[in-house]
Design a protein around this ligand. Structure first.
Ligand SMILES: [Zn+2]
Length: 363
């Protein structure tokens, strides 16, 4: 069992590293975190190994919205630099995918519009990440100090080798993937702060730019289309998901699992709420009643919405959404306040709360 304190301390050192030359290591940390959470088992436990392909998918998820043109007054229009000098293989591949898929900002949209280009992009990102960030993340001060995972390849690894049976396996040290998920609410905002700071520097943008932060990481970087709002409103009978009062015209789309914990725009994670509930809920996880309603809705009532989402290339993934939610609750300490209604929080029995989510991934 790797010591919890050790993983946290080393991670903070990697994130805080002085002379960074690209955002890849930061992307890798978030990719490992998101991949681990999205594969959480029935008890919310993170997997003990990840394939490089899965990590590459998460990396592409992160960069796809980031390569769209930055239309700030403080920088030239176009994709932002994510590397201090030279050209970025990864960013070039993701930009090519973004353009080939008609400006897609989600993996799902890219998959439905340009599946061939997506596979090419994943090949490049997978190989590039396996060769460099994966091997270098745990080198601190020039010394290899594995604290999260072990791999059995070197910089000259080929895609064929990664895809061969038993290849491409990132093996977490005992308990390290769970610790990573447990640290999510600390690690993610810290990574984002450093990421924004680096990109600001390389692009000559004010470090404090709120617009830059939103461009890179904001929940509102993708607009919610009218068909999605309409479909959710129908599922909810025109009522707020949380308080059941009639929805105002300006109903807000809320991420049930807060975006700041595990970003997930899949329809399964979206509900409509009035502004008062939405403002009160903020980044809280919801209590058992809302959680039960959410599970029931996703199982029974979301058919038309997921069909519409599939048709339009909007993310829909019940398994991933459920796994992320389980990961979100898996490591909460007893006594954590959960949001149970407008301006009301309570510490609930977490064993009971988790049991609502404890079901196996189908298939
Ligand atoms: Zn409400």
């Amino acid at each position: 069992m790797s010591e919890p304190g050790l993983v946290a301390e080393r991670l903070l050192r990697v994130i805080d590293e002085g002379q960074r030359t690209a955002t890849y290591k930061l992307a890798l940390i978030l990719a490992l975190l998101d991949a681990s959470a999205s594969l959480a088992d029935a008890n919310g436990k993170a997997p003990q190994r990840l394939h490089t392909r899965v990590v590459a998918e998460q990396v592409v998820r992160l960069y796809l919205p980031q390569v769209r043109s930055y239309l700030g007054a403080d920088a030239e229009d176009g994709p932002l630099r994510q590397i201090s000098s030279g050209k970025s293989v990864t960013l070039r591949a993701v930009l090519a995918l973004h353009l080939a898929a008609g400006g897609a900002t989600t993996l799902e949209a890219a998959r439905s519009r340009a599946p061939g280009e997506l596979e090419r992009c994943l090949d490049e990102v997978e190989l590039n990440f396996a060769r460099f960030p994966v091997l270098r993340l745990q080198v601190l001060g020039g010394v290899p100090l594995p604290f999260l995972y072990d791999v059995d390849w070197t910089e000259n690894v080929s895609l064929g080798r990664l895809h061969a049976p038993g290849g491409g396996s990132i093996r977490f040290r005992d308990g390290a993937s769970d610790q990573l998920v447990q640290l999510a609410s600390l690690v993610r905002p810290l990574v984002e702060v450093h990421w924004v700071r680096q990109v600001a520097r390389w692009n000559g943008i004010d470090v404090e730019s709120e617009q830059l932060r939103r461009h890179l990481f904001g929940a509102d970087r993708v607009a919610f289309p009218a068909w999605l709002r309409g479909s959710l409103a129908e599922v909810q009978d025109g009522r707020c998901f949380y308080c059941a009062e009639p929805l105002p015209a300006a109903a807000q789309v809320d991420h049930v699992l807060p975006w700041s914990r595990f970003p997930n725009d899949a329809v399964e994670n979206l509900v409509l709420a009035d502004s008062r509930c939405n403002a009160s809920k903020r980044d809280f996880l919801v209590g058992i009643d809302h959680l039960s309603t959410w599970v029931r809705r996703n199982r029974c009532d979301l058919g038309a919405t997921t069909a519409a989402a599939t048709e339009r290339g909007w993310p829909t993934d019940p398994d991933r959404s459920a796994a992320l939610m389980r990961a979100g609750y898996a490591h909460l300490p007893e006594g954590t306040p959960l949001w149970i209604g407008r301006n009301r929080v309570a510490a609930e029995d977490l064993v009971a709360v988790r049991s609502v989510l404890a079901f196996d991934r189908p298939g």
